[in-house]
Ligand binder design. Sequence first.
Ligand SMILES: C[S@@+](CC[C@H](N)C(=O)[O-])C[C@H]1O[C@@H](n2cnc3c(N)ncnc32)[C@H](O)[C@@H]1O
Length: 159
Amino acid sequence: MCSAIALRRIKKWIVIDQDEGCLNRIRQKYRLAELETVHGSVADLLRNRIDLGPIDCFYSAGLFDYLSQRLASRTVAKMFDYLRPGGLLVISNFAADSSGRDFMHAFMDWNLIYRDEREMRQLTELVPKNHFEELRVWRDELKNIIYLSLRKKTSIQSG
Ligand SMILES: C[S@@+](CC[C@H](N)C(=O)[O-])C[C@H]1O[C@@H](n2cnc3c(N)ncnc32)[C@H](O)[C@@H]1O
């Protein structure tokens, strides 16, 4: 569905997951030379065990729902560190008032960490305020998912 991927406009596409099975599936489904898979966890990322160059866009869907507020804030700060000047970080989380929450809990035993808009904004608390220029929080069409995006400044003044 991403036209930039379909049109092969992305020079390098790095997929990180702690589950080797997910990475195998990605490799089988998308046989692209520009695709690189990295077997690693959030802990690996935070402990600098994953070697990533500067990134234009860091996109993370379906991960933050598993991370405590403190760990999630540290992860946001680490992902933001990897961005090139002008780069974009986009993350998502199921909303606290999402409509399928009780169903997921009762029938799928799927217990997530849900967040509201204020908690999503708080995830940027470890990113210095003068390092980003655009913070956006919005919901998907069905209002179940909250997105947070943060754009790194192109030049960062010290102090
Ligand atoms: C709900 S799936 C989302 C997958 C994909 N991002 C998507 O949007 O379709 C959650 C994924 O996060 C991975 N995951 C969960 N906790 C993780 C962690 N601490 N470090 C790395 N990956 C993790 C799981 O292996 C799983 O593939």
